[in-house]
Design a protein around this ligand. Structure first.
Ligand code: BV8
Length: 253
């Protein structure tokens, strides 16, 4: 069921179903961080980055070709994170987790804002930009000496450092994905929030839930390939819809 435009009200039929539900999975994408001021992945890149496609920067080949360019793109994105805060969407998801019997937050975001908002059961499918690892060893590095060389070098082996994110053509962290898949196949409710639902295998998760007759709710101001399949599609911003939904279902509960 798709509302034409989100009018601030959560459909009563949806509220009633959510009140009965026990096991929740929420998949989030860049749209959840948009209202914190974090550019979404496919928004036009502003300024210096206008001439690159994110997909041409977030790959191992791009890094091998031009490690300095890729390192600097992530350094710019990390620097932007220093000034942003979790927004009402992140906070509503942390509140939802406290209200339901079983809850798993599966995020494609790499900004760590869900953790800062107080969410606890989190699977980071695409890593986290605030962590750094050695490109050659594929092992985390906490501290390194800044010699001015860009990218900096691994203190253990001398290889280049890189962000601890999953690039295109790289496999997702096995435990995180398997845990997310199992939860998607066993949940009563699957919320897909702020994602264009085009990047696999993360985008397969709502369909896994649909196949097992879970209630699938999409929250996104724009249509996506999932919209026509969702049980409910709420065409609004996550920062408006999620607090309204938590309030309608669990306020004074
Ligand atoms: C894999 C981390 C197995 C880095 C990201 C050919 C060769 C190899 C692979 C493939 C291939 N063809 C397809 C594939 C698979 C590929 C893929 O899916 N490609 C797509 C582009 C077709 N996937 C992979 O490569 C994955 N690995 O398959 O491994 C393998 C191994 C070897 C060989 C083959 C296969 C790895 C995918 C992970 C890539 N890393 N990010 C970084 O961040 O720099 S993906 C990137 O896209 C981000 O993580 C992002 O989270 C993710 C999804 O994007 P969204 O979050 O949805 O963001 P987007 O901007 O797209 O959309 C924002 C949405 O928010 C919009 O809908 C908008 O309307 C909405 N919105 C805006 N404002 C709001 C809002 N919603 C609510 N409220 C608002 N206020």
């Amino acid at each position: 069921m798709k509302q034409e435009r989100f009018d601030g009200r959560i459909p009563q039929a949806l509220v009633d179903r959510l009140k009965q539900a026990r096991r929740f999975v929420v998949l989030t994408g860049a749209g959840v961080s948009a209202e914190s001021g974090v550019p979404t992945f496919r928004d036009a890149q502003t300024g210096h980055w206008a001439r690159f496609r994110p997909e041409d920067l977030a790959t191992p080949d791009a890094f091998r070709r031009d490690p300095r360019l890729v390192w600097e793109w992530y350094a710019m994105r990390r620097a932007k994170l220093a000034d942003v805060q979790p927004n009402p969407a992140h906070l509503a998801l942390a509140e939802m987790e406290r209200r339901v019997a079983e809850f798993l937050l599966v995020t494609q975001n790499v900004d760590g804002l869900h953790q800062r908002a107080g969410s606890r059961g989190i699977c980071e499918l695409h890593g986290n930009i605030t962590r750094t690892k050695c490109f050659d060893e594929n092992r985390l590095v906490e501290k390194w000496s800044e010699t001015g060389e860009v990218p900096p070098r691994c203190p253990r082996c001398g290889g280049y450092l890189r962000p601890d994110v999953v690039w295109f053509t790289e496999s997702l962290p096995v435990v995180a994905f398997e845990r997310s898949l199992a939860a998607s196949q066993a949940c009563d409710v699957f919320l897909s929030v702020g994602t264009s639902t085009v990047v696999y295998p993360a985008a397969s998760l709502p369909y896994e839930a649909l196949q097992r007759k879970a209630l699938v709710v999409e929250i996104n101001p724009q249509p996506t390939p999932l919209t026509e399949h969702a049980t409910f599609a709420l065409p609004g911003a996550a920062g408006a819809v999620l607090p309204a939904l938590v309030n309608a279902v669990w306020s004074g509960a």
